[in-house]
Design a protein. Structure first.
Length: 129
């Protein structure tokens, strides 16, 4: 059987990543860390276009933030700096069938996924595991 290298073979985002930070920058420049200063989570991307992620949510009582364990996965597409996660399974069943639209960039060896919401910049910062 021939080895299948996948459509994203050799791409920089591939592999196993550990959550380093989640930060939110408000329109006034205020930075918060809704998951706290110590984060726990993993993200994987494979060359065939599938991803999965699992991380601990915000500490209980954090307003407007999901708490508990958050996990989802499914196929992804990458087009320039746009990363779309097509959610086929999710710990919140209401999210199945939705798409997470993110921007992807690198800062040294860190992978940063971001989106804007209500004027704030939300960033998930990942380091190679």
């Amino acid at each position: 059987m021939a080895e299948n290298k996948g459509k994203y073979a050799g791409a920089r985002h591939l592999g196993y990543w550990r959550l380093a930070a989640r930060k939110v920058t408000a329109p006034d420049g205020t930075v918060t860390h809704p998951l706290g200063m110590v984060t726990h989570g993993f993200l994987t991307y494979d060359a065939d276009g599938f991803m999965s992620v699992a991380f601990h949510g915000a500490p209980a009582g954090t307003p407007g933030q999901p708490t508990g364990m958050i996990a989802y996965g499914g196929p992804y597409t990458l087009d320039g700096d746009r990363m779309d996660h097509r959610i086929e399974f999710h710990s919140d069943l209401k999210r199945i069938g939705t798409i997470n639209h993110r921007r992807i960039r690198f800062d040294g060896e860190r992978l940063i996924l971001s989106n804007s919401e209500n004027g704030s910049l939300n960033e998930m910062v990942w380091e190679r595991a």
